[in-house]
Ligand binder design. Structure first.
Ligand SMILES: *Cc1c(COP(=O)(O)O)cnc(C)c1O
Length: 621
C-alpha cells in the first residue's frame, strides 16, 4: 500500500479510509464525492477546493502554541497575530478568515495600498493592522485615515524617508495617529530560498545608525510616544530554527536598548513570518527541523531571557505567519485527461507477414515473458527498441515497423509491471526510470502551482481514489499548456507512482495539497489559462446535509480573459462574425457555426472533458 506520505504532510486534515481520501472533519466526506458533485453541475476543468474549517484550525493551533508557551514560561507580554495579505488576498479566503478569528482579535497585515484597503474594510475593530513594504505619502495618509476610523494600526518604517513622510503627514492630519514600527536590518542572516528578506544586504530595514537617527527624529517631532513596535522578517519557509533564534537575540537586544534610550511605549516585537509548512511526501525529505511548539517555546524563552538580562519589560509578541495559516485550506483537483501510452494496446498492433528480425524478437519477448525473466526481457526489449529506432533513421525499416516497435515495447512494459505487481517493490524501482508513464492533467502549473515552476517548491500530490490498490506506474505529470516547463518530471529521490487507468472508461483525479499560500495571486495566465473554478466546502451543524458547496466562483470566460488584457472584445466578436459571414458556408451552417463560437467564447478555456458516464448518457439519448 502506498499512502503518498499523508502522515508527513496532512496533519490529519485529510485521511485515507476505504481506498479514498477523506476530509477528516465532521461527516468526513470523500474528496472524490465532492468533486463528482461539482462535475455533475457542469464544472469539468480543474477545481480549487477551499476548506474554511482548516483556516480556523491553523489559527487555533498558532494561538494555542504561543499561549501555552507564554503560560509555561510565565511570560508577561501578550501574543498577537496578523495575517499577511500578500500570501492570499482572495475574498473566499480572507472573509472566512476574518469571520472565524473575530474573538481572537486576529488582524491583517498589508504591503500595498490595495491590501491596506482590504484590511481597513475587513479587519475586526480591536484587531491590529500592520503595514509593511515601501510607502509613499499617499499610502501613509491612508494609514492615518485608518487610525482616524478607529483601527489599531501600526505603520512599519522601512527607511528614514518614510519616517520623514510620516512626520509631514502628522502635521497635516488630525489625531488619533497610527502607531509607528521600525523594521530592523539584521546582521544575522536569513535562510532558504527567500533569504533576501533578512540580513544586512536585505531590501528592507534600518541599520543601527539609522535607528539612532530615527529615534532622534521621533523625539524632535514629538512622535516618540507613537513608536510601539520593532519588526523583522527573516524570510519565508524557515527550515532551520537556529537563524530565527539568533535574529530574536539581536532584535531583543535592540528592543531593550531603544527602551533605555527613552522609547517608553515600545512594547512589541514583531517576528514577521517564516513559520514553515511540511510539504514533504517522502521519508527523510522534511522541509523543517522543528515543531510549532518548539518554535513558540524558543521565541518566548529567548525574549524572556533578554528582558531579564537587560531588566526590561517582556514585550508583546507579534507574528505575521502567512504560509502556515493558509497553505492547508486549499486543494487543487486536476482531472487526468490521458495516459500517453494508453493508445499502445494490442489492437493497434499491425504485424506484417514478414517483419524485421528485431520486431519478431520483440514479439517473442512479449509472448514469453514471465515473472522470473521480466526484468531481463524488459532490458532486452529496450535495447531492441534503440536499435530499431536507429534502423528507422537509416532508412532500413518503415513507419509501420516503427509503430509496431513502440507498441510492443509498451505492451512489454505493462506486462512487466503487471507481473511484478505483488513482488518486491524494489524490482519495480529498479526499472522505474525507463518505464515512466506520462499523465496529462487538465490544469496549468503556471496558473495553479507557480512556485513549482519558479522556485521548485514541491506540493504533495495523490490520486483521490483507488488507494486500496497498489499504484504501479512511475509517473511524470504534464499540464495542458504548450510549454515544456509545464511538467513535473519523475524524480527517483521522491518517486510518484500512480495507477494504470483507462481514462476513456473511468475517471481519475489527482489532488495537489497545501496550495493555499502564495499560489493564487502569483499564478500567471500562461497560454491564457485562468484561475480555476473554485468553491468552499462548508460544514455547518445547522445544515441538513453533511457539507455544503458555497461561494462558487467559475473560472473566467474566454471573453473576460481577453477583456482583462485590454483587447476590444466587441471588435473581436465583430471580426469573427464577419469572417463567418464572408465564408462559403450556406446560411443554415453559418448560423450553426456562429452559435457554437458564441458558446465557446462564454466558457472558460480549460478542456471540457466529459465524464465517461455523461458520454454514454449522451450516446443513448
Ligand atoms: C511575506 C511576509 C510574511 C509572511 O511570511 P510567511 O513565510 O508566509 O509566514 C510576513 N511578514 C512580512 C513582512 C512578509 O514580507
Amino acid at each position: 500500500m502506498v499512502d503518498y506520505g499523508i502522515k508527513y504532510w496532512s496533519n490529519d486534515d485529510f485521511i485515507i479510509d476505504k481506498g479514498v481520501v477523506k476530509v477528516n472533519y465532521k461527516s468526513k466526506p470523500a474528496l472524490i464525492d465532492i468533486v463528482k458533485e461539482a462535475r455533475e453541475k457542469g464544472y469539468k476543468g480543474p477545481l480549487l477546493l477551499r476548506f474554511p474549517h482548516l483556516i480556523e484550525n491553523q489559527i487555533t493551533k498558532l494561538y494555542t502554541a504561543f499561549e501555552t508557551s507564554i503560560k509555561e514560561y510565565q511570560y508577561q507580554g501578550k501574543f498577537k497575530a496578523v495575517f499577511p495579505l500578500k500570501v492570499n488576498q482572495m475574498p473566499n479566503f480572507v472573509l472566512p478568515l476574518v469571520q472565524v478569528s473575530k474573538d481572537k482579535h486576529y488582524g491583517l497585515e498589508a504591503g500595498s495600498k490595495s491590501e491596506l484597503i482590504i484590511a481597513m474594510a475587513y479587519t475586526n475593530k480591536q484587531s491590529p493592522i500592520t503595514v509593511n513594504g515601501f510607502k509613499d505619502k499617499e499610502m501613509i495618509s491612508l494609514g492615518f485615515i485608518a487610525a482616524n476610523m478607529g483601527h489599531d494600526i501600526t505603520l512599519t518604517i522601512e527607511g528614514l524617508n518614510e519616517l520623514k513622510t510620516i512626520i509631514e503627514v502628522a502635521k497635516e492630519m488630525c489625531e488619533p495617529y497610527p502607531n509607528i514600527g521600525l523594521r530592523i536590518r539584521l546582521h544575522s542572516i536569513g535562510t532558504g530560498i527567500w533569504a533576501k528578506s533578512g540580513g544586512i544586504t536585505s531590501k528592507f530595514g534600518l541599520t543601527s545608525t539609522e535607528l539612532l537617527e530615527a529615534m532622534r527624529m521621533l523625539e524632535e517631532s514629538q512622535l516618540l510616544h507613537k513608536f510601539t513596535m520593532i519588526h523583522f522578517h527573516i524570510g519565508s519557509q524557515i527550515s532551520d530554527i537556529s537563524p530565527l533564534k539568533k535574529a530574536i537575540r539581536e532584535v531583543g537586544n535592540i528592543y531593550a536598548e531603544l527602551r533605555k534610550m527613552g522609547a517608553s511605549n515600545l512594547k512589541a516585537v514583531n517576528i514577521g513570518g517564516g513559520l514553515a509548512v511540511e510539504y514533504a511526501q517522502h521519508e527523510g525529505m522534511n522541509c523543517r527541523n522543528y515543531t510549532l511548539n518548539e518554535f513558540s517555546g524558543d521565541v518566548v524563552f529567548s525574549l524572556k531571557e533578554i528582558a531579564k538580562n537587560k531588566n526590561e519589560l517582556e514585550p508583546d509578541i507579534f507574528i505575521e505567519s502567512g504560509r502556515f495559516i493558509s497553505a492547508s485550506h486549499a486543494v487543487l483537483i486536476a482531472p487526468v485527461l490521458e495516459l500517453f501510452s494508453q493508445e499502445y494496446d494490442e489492437e493497434a498492433l499491425r504485424l506484417k507477414e514478414q517483419n524485421p528480425q528485431l520486431v519478431e524478437e520483440l514479439n517473442d519477448l512479449y509472448n514469453s515473458i514471465t515473472e522470473k525473466n521480466a526484468i531481463e526481457y524488459l532490458h532486452d526489449s529496450l535495447d531492441h527498441m534503440e536499435s530499431l529506432l536507429t534502423l528507422f533513421d537509416l532508412g532500413y525499416i518503415d513507419l509501420q515497423d516503427r509503430s509496431n516497435t513502440e507498441i510492443l515495447v509498451h505492451l512489454i512494459i505493462k506486462k512487466v509491471i503487471q507481473l511484478l505487481k505483488y513482488k518486491n517493490h524494489n524490482d519495480i524501482l529498479k526499472i522505474q526510470k525507463s518505464v515512466q508513464e506520462r499523465y496529462l492533467l487538465n490544469c496549468s502549473f503556471f496558473q495553479s502551482l507557480p512556485d513549482y515552476w519558479g522556485l521548485e517548491q514541491i506540493f504533495p500530490v495523490m490520486p483521490l481514489d483507488r488507494l486500496n490498490r497498489r499504484p504501479t506506474r512511475a509517473a511524470s505529470l504534464w499540464d495542458i499548456t504548450c510549454d515544456s516547463d509545464g511538467e513535473i518530471s519523475f524524480n527517483p529521490q521522491m518517486p510518484l507512482f500512480l495507477h494504470d487507468v483507462d481514462v476513456s472508461k473511468e475517471e481519475y483525479f489527482l489532488g495537489f495539497f497545501l496550495v493555499g499560500a502564495y499560489q493564487e495571486v502569483l499564478g500567471m495566465r500562461h497560454n491564457l489559462f485562468t484561475h480555476p473554478t473554485e468553491f468552499s466546502v462548508v460544514f455547518d451543524d445547522e445544515l441538513n446535509k453533511d457539507y455544503e458547496i458555497e461561494n462558487l466562483l467559475e473560472a473566467q470566460t474566454i471573453v473576460d480573459v481577453l477583456d482583462d488584457l485590454d483587447y476590444d472584445t466587441k471588435e473581436i466578436e465583430r471580426i469573427l462574425k464577419q469572417h463567418i459571414e464572408e465564408s462559403d458556408l450556406d446560411i443554415e451552417n453559418k448560423k450553426i457555426v456562429l452559435g457554437k463560437l458564441y458558446v465557446m467564447l462564454s466558457e472558460n478555456g480549460y478542456l471540457r472533458t466529459i465524464s465517461v458516464q455523461d458520454s454514454i448518457k449522451q450516446e443513448n439519448s
